[in-house]
Ligand binder design. Structure first.
Ligand code: PGA
Length: 258
């Protein structure tokens, strides 16, 4: 298997640029102190837009192995779209990943699967890696239709895509009921859906693509449960909210392999 594990810290709307400076320096120090092996685990921070320039400056100045990206992006190239940020603005700042379709954006900004797919396409075309989020609400989980629901989200977003492009993206499965609640899906629950995602990718785009596409789990992932999650066959990393805001806990999660 050639999928490199990925630990992605989604800061959400937390930390101003001064605090971002502090966290990235601290994270770099923690990782260096433990001789972090970036080939065993890619480390990614996803700060608010206003912090990205600061993060770029630190990463470049110290030639850090940490990567950084954005939490959202516009589908437009430029023009009269007040408040939006384009892919070229992000690539200029050295961003390599962009998240789309996080449940908080779907819920508070009415983002549809089609829009999420369009954003992923835009990000890929700009040479960055999309992190496409999916996940079910508690009612759907209780009804037992979560697998079907999540596969529906992914299939709608990736409709008409080439297999070669699908192989380049990252999919993040985040059950909404587990986000920020302290309620983690069990490793078995997470594996059930991540495994179903890979199986669906194999059906739709071929086995080779399914083998190459990274699938992350997200939702109250923390140092205490990361090893068990990462031991699952189809979990290639985590999208981490709360636990990524502290250098020591995030760095500890990046060392899951040690
Ligand atoms: P959490 O958030 O780790 O705080 O649950 C995860 C996410 O929403 O990406």
């Amino acid at each position: 298997m050639t999928r490199t594990p990925l630990m992605a810290g989604n800061w959400k709307m937390n930390l101003d640029h001064l605090e971002a400076n502090h966290l990235v320096q601290g994270l770099a120090m923690e990782l260096a102190d433990h001789n972090h092996d970036y080939s065993q685990c890619e480390v990614l921070v996803i700060p608010p837009f206003t912090d990205i320039r600061t993060v770029q400056t630190i990463v470049d100045a110290d030639n850090l192995g940490i990567k950084y990206g954005a939490q959202d992006v516009s589908v437009h190239d430029n023009g009269a779209y007040t408040g939006e940020i384009s892919t070229s603005m992000l690539t200029k700042l050295g961003c390599t990943y962009v998240v789309m379709g996080h449940s908080e954006r779907r819920e508070y900004h009415n983002e549809s699967d089609e829009l999420v797919g369009e954003k992923a396409r835009k990000v890929l075309d700009a040479g960055m890696t999309p992190i496409l989020c999916c996940g079910e609400a508690l009612e759907i989980r209780k009804a037992g239709t979560h697998v079907e629901f999540v596969l529906g989200q992914i299939r709608a977003a990736l409709k008409g895509w080439d297999a070669a492009d699908v192989a380049k993206i990252v999919i993040a499965y985040e059950p909404i009921w587990a986000i920020g609640t302290g309620e983690t899906a069990t490793a078995d629950d997470a594996q059930e859906v991540c495994g179903a995602i890979r199986k669906a990718l194999a059906e739709d785009f071929g086995a080779e693509t399914a083998e190459a596409t990274r699938v992350l789990y997200g939702g109250s992932a923390k140092p205490g449960n990361i090893k068990e999650l990462m031991a699952q066959e189809d979990i290639d990393g985590a999208l981490i909210g709360g636990a990524s805001l502290k250098a020591d806990s995030f760095a500890e999660m990046c060392r899951f392999y040690a």
